[in-house]
Design a protein around this ligand. Structure first.
Ligand SMILES: Nc1nc2c(c(=O)[nH]1)N[C@@H](CN(C=O)c1ccc(C(=O)N[C@@H](CCC(=O)O)C(=O)O)cc1)CN2
Ligand SMILES: NCC(=O)N[C@@H]1O[C@H](COP(=O)([O-])[O-])[C@@H](O)[C@H]1O
Length: 203
């Protein structure tokens, strides 16, 4: 039995593609049941189409309130009965109600708790850090505050701009995401307060 995953995206979907590629191996232990987005016409949805994966879109503007959008999004995700939801470049905050229904992880292009929000690489560059990276965390009601599942460090080079830095982060981020999601799929996820372990609960 493989772990059912729903992936939510808002853009290019290179992290999604890494998961699609990993799921081609049955030994990986996971399969992508569906890919959802908050907007049309993005490469992430095209990648899912090409792989024969079901897709859906829920646009905030099509709903009378943010709350209605959030509930509709959760309903669409839940219809695919996922064991795990992966936010991979999904640029919308989801509510506590969504998170109470669906175990959800998010990949963020910075070393949390540093540089939360939508511009992690730009914020790291502006601050002048020499090392940044990517973080996979269990999503909670805050912004990039959830318990940390995995992190990977990436050097900042003297001549980096935001694009070159983000591209270097994304290479490491995709590997971290694939490794961690595969381990979660095969061994399970245990969250005890701020501590996350992959595998069985502590004795
Ligand atoms: N409850 C949570 N939802 C999400 C988290 C999270 O930590 N908790 N992580 C995000 C991803 N994220 C950065 O890591 C992030 C995405 C979007 C925003 C934001 O302010 N979005 C605006 C709209 C921006 C747009 O549409 O381009 C919004 O939601 O109105 C902040 C952080 C995934 N969700
Ligand atoms: N705050 C969320 C955020 O910044 N997410 C980031 O967007 C990129 C999406 O790339 P992709 O669409 O090619 O996977 C990734 O680097 C992801 O961490």
């Amino acid at each position: 039995m493989s772990t059912r995953i729903v992936v939510l995206v808002s853009g290019a979907g290179t992290n999604l593609q890494a998961l699609i590629d990993a799921c081609a191996d049955p030994a990986y232990g996971a399969r992508i049941a569906a890919v959802g987005a908050d907007r049309d016409g993005i490469e992430g949805l095209a990648r899912a189409d090409r792989a024969g994966i079901a897709t859906f879109v829920a646009r905030v503007g099509d709903f009378s309130s943010r709350e209605h959008w959030d509930r509709a999004l959760a309903d669409k995700v839940a219809a695919f009965e996922p064991d795990l939801v992966v936010l991979a470049g999904f640029m919308k905050l989801v509510s506590e109600d969504f998170l109470a229904r669906l175990t959800t992880v998010n990949t963020h292009p910075a070393l949390c708790p540093a540089f939360p929000g939508t511009n992690g690489p730009a914020a790291a560059l502006a601050y002048g850090v020499k090392v940044t990276g990517a973080t996979l965390f269990v999503v909670d009601g805050g912004i990039d505050t959830g318990p940390i599942v995995a992190q990977v460090a990436v050097p900042v080079e003297d001549d980096d701009d935001v694009e070159s830095l983000h591209e270097r982060i994304k290479v490491a981020e995709r590997q971290m995401l694939v490794d961690a999601v595969g381990r979660i799929a095969r061994d399970g996820l245990v969250v005890e307060g701020r501590k996350v372990r992959i595998g069985t609960p502590a004795p």
